[in-house]
Design a protein around this ligand. Structure first.
Ligand code: WTA
Length: 651
């Protein structure tokens, strides 16, 4: 394969970059040869109430790692309080931009601090205390950031659930996390539409086996859209903070370095979503250092990450990374295509955004719009661009580079996962020449390896299963409440390694090119979805006997969802049934999960032990009929012929 020509960072950018090209290699070597000394030095960046006794402990091969044992700190203190006696006090911490054009609100560090303290007092009055969980099911409003920081301040574990998830998806997370309080909004606004949130909470709690003592409701829209109010349980946020005696002071809980900070649910290849558990010091250090070096933080920057706080990208790069660096972070409630596809560019123009971090799926959608939406805005404030969530195709990369960055801005294609807490493989702007489509080189302290089918490390250029060979501070510590599943999911396939679930290629320059998931996880528009979750939702339809879901290449979404469905005997297959199944899945999981193709299958290919062979179904969905791989283990290989013949009818 011909490798793309590297793009060198401009000399002007490189001269001012936080990490210079000459520094990367030596610093990287130090970080992996002597990780404890490296991370001990970097941990000085944080504020500690009590220093740690031991930098690293635990048996990585079992998934056990503890960083900075014995140390005490507080994440909210690191994000707010430590700046209060500095000139940062009156700097914008959070610039919030509403869905409706023109709506925005700015909080300085000092204002955010006061809001957080007051809200912490209100939650304390509800009996919330250290070690409890609170669940945040909110639109992208400032309160989502505020309540996350409240939890951190109190030593309470937060679990943010993306506002686009359905009542049923929410219910599963409530039952797993057992929160003392849910904070929600009467409704959300996104892309000009009103989204029922309180109604979803009501439905989830009606069906939930765990009864949540309190639901705090923030009024985001003027009119109440919900139709139920449970006295005693449901409380208006405005009432809780109406008390003029509510203090604006709230002491930070001094928590242990390894105390949990948050749980964030994400899809795996089997079963229900996993509650990824992150702890305090290691996570914060990972978010803090990676933000500073990868986004080349400068005190005067306005940084904008377009993710939702319901995903890890929002946690690390809207909230904890920027604020713990004293940066200005922009938080946007809406979407890039409403009221028109110029919305992102308008916001960049209006707020003079310097660093912009988004997903390939957004770039592809905006690439298709008329150039006039870009041309009418001044994007000259931009100096650095980022991409995350899925492999970026070189065409989108080039478009982003030319049209958004005007060939002046380096692009950091950042590879990482909910589980890793912070970016793992990425260029360092100013130091790493980039190649469109490559995530390039490992970040400090990260030792990626490629393993072959036998679990042996691939040396030099080659492809394999992407694993990590040594612990890093911001790695997940467990699956909430399920140690065994944690070990099985990440440390059992290749003993001694953390397995990412992704495949990758390494080129002659040692650059990594992520090729995508090798397990049963789909990546649709940068959202992680488990095939099992989607299949289970389809199977809830009374007409369906069997279902198998696989990804297929999709121009806009990266991957689309292709479902093979076998109906029960005698059931007619028609458009109405198709529509019912599509709607059922959206209702069960959330509107982000829209089936693209339903292929009526007379039966599904299975092994003699009854396992559906998704590997072959995926090839058929991709139209790759020539090389289906080994079919000798199938009970009835004839079904493949039928599926291939029919494929053209569906897609
Ligand atoms: C994919 C999002 C290629 C990958 C931060 C990973 C990427 C999954 C990239 C994690 C990238 C993320 N290039 N693929 N730059 N970034 N991925 O947990 O498959 O929502 O395993 O975390 O997204 O998704 P998650």
């Amino acid at each position: 394969m011909v490798e793309a020509k590297p793009h060198w960072p401009s000399p002007e950018f490189a001269a001012k970059a936080n990490i210079k090209a000459a520094e990367y290699e030596a610093m990287y070597r130090e970080s992996i040869e002597n990780p404890e000394a490296f991370w001990a030095k970097k941990a000085q960046r944080l504020h500690w109430f009590k220093p740690w006794e031991k930098v690293l402990e635990g048996d990585f091969s079992k998934g056990e790692t503890r960083w900075f044992s014995g140390g005490k700190l507080n994440v909210a203190y690191n994000c707010l309080d430590r700046f209060l006696n500095t000139p940062i006090k009156n700097k914008a911490a959070l610039i919030w931009v509403g869905d409706k054009p023109g709506e925005s609100k700015t909080y300085t560090y000092q204002q955010l601090h006061k809001e957080v303290c007051r809200a912490a007092n209100a939650l304390k009055n509800l009996g919330v205390q250290k070690g409890d969980r609170i669940l945040l099911y909110l639109p992208m409003i400032p309160e989502l950031a505020i309540f996350s920081l409240v939890a951190a301040r109190m030593g309470v574990i937060h679990s943010v659930v993306f506002g686009g998830f359905s009542a049923e998806a929410l219910q599963g997370r409530i039952e797993d996390a057992k929160p003392k309080v849910i904070v929600t909004a009467n409704a959300g606004c996104r892309g000009g539409r009103i989204i029922d949130m309180k109604n979803n909470v009501d439905e989830a709690l009606y069906n939930s086996s765990f009864k949540v003592p309190h639901v705090v409701v923030i009024n985001r829209v003027a009119a109440d859209t919900h139709n139920y109010w449970k006295a005693g349980r449901d409380l208006h946020w405005n009432d809780l903070i109406a008390d003029p005696d509510l203090s604006f002071e709230f002491p930070c809980e001094e928590v242990d370095a390894e105390d949990p900070l948050f749980i964030l649910y994400t899809s795996g290849s089997t079963g229900k979503p996993k509650g990824i558990l992150h702890t305090t010091a290691g996570y914060l250090l990972g978010a803090n250092l990676s933000f500073d070096l990868i986004f080349d933080h400068k005190p005067e920057d306005t940084f904008w990450c377009t993710a939702d706080l319901g995903w890890i990208t929002g946690h690390s790069y809207i909230l904890y990374g920027p604020l713990s660096n004293g940066a200005t972070t922009l938080m946007f409630e809406g979407i890039g295509t409403w009221p028109d596809p110029g919305r992102f560019w308008q916001i960049i123009d209006m707020h003079a955004v310097n660093v912009f971090y988004t997903a390939p799926t957004a770039i592809r959608a905006l690439m298709k719009a008329s150039p006039k939406f870009l041309q009418r805005h001044n994007l000259s404030s931009l100096r650095l661009l980022g991409s995350v969530g899925e492999p970026i195709n070189p065409e989108a990369w080039q478009w982003y580079f030319k049209n958004v960055g005007h060939e002046q801005c380096p692009i950091v294609d950042t590879y990482w996962q909910t589980e890793t807490g912070a970016i793992m493989i990425t260029p360092l702007p100013g130091a790493t020449p980039t190649k469109p489509g490559a995530a390039t080189l490992p970040f400090f302290g990260i030792q990626p390896v490629l393993l072959d089918a036998d679990g042996k490390e691939v040396e030099g250029p080659g492809s394999g299963y992407l694993c990590v060979k040594a612990p890093w501070p911001s790695m997940m510590r467990s699956i909430y409440g399920d140690e065994e599943r944690f070990f099985q999911s990440y440390f059992s396939q290749y003993p001694g390694y953390y397995f990412t679930g992704d495949g990758a290629r390494r080129d002659a320059d040692g650059y990594y090119w992520i090729t995508g998931r090798v397990d049963d996880v789909l990546n649709v528009s940068g959202h992680r979805l488990g095939t099992a979750e989607i299949e289970n939702a389809i199977l809830e339809h009374t007409s369906v006997a069997e279902a198998a879901v696989v990804p297929f290449p999709h121009d806009l979404k990266g991957q689309g969802i292709y479902a093979y469905v076998t109906v029960k005997e005698g059931v007619p297959t028609n458009d109405q049934l198709k529509q019912e199944i599509i709607e059922l899945v959206m209702h069960k999981i959330g509107k982000i999960v829209r089936l693209d193709v339903i292929h009526w299958a007379p039966t599904l290919p299975k092994t003699r032990s009854g396992k559906i062979v998704r590997r072959i179904l995926r090839k058929i969905a991709e139209g790759e009929f020539a090389n289906l791989g080994d079919t000798s283990t199938l009970i009835d290989a004839n079904v493949l012929k039928v599926l291939m013949e029919d494929k053209a009818k569906y897609h």
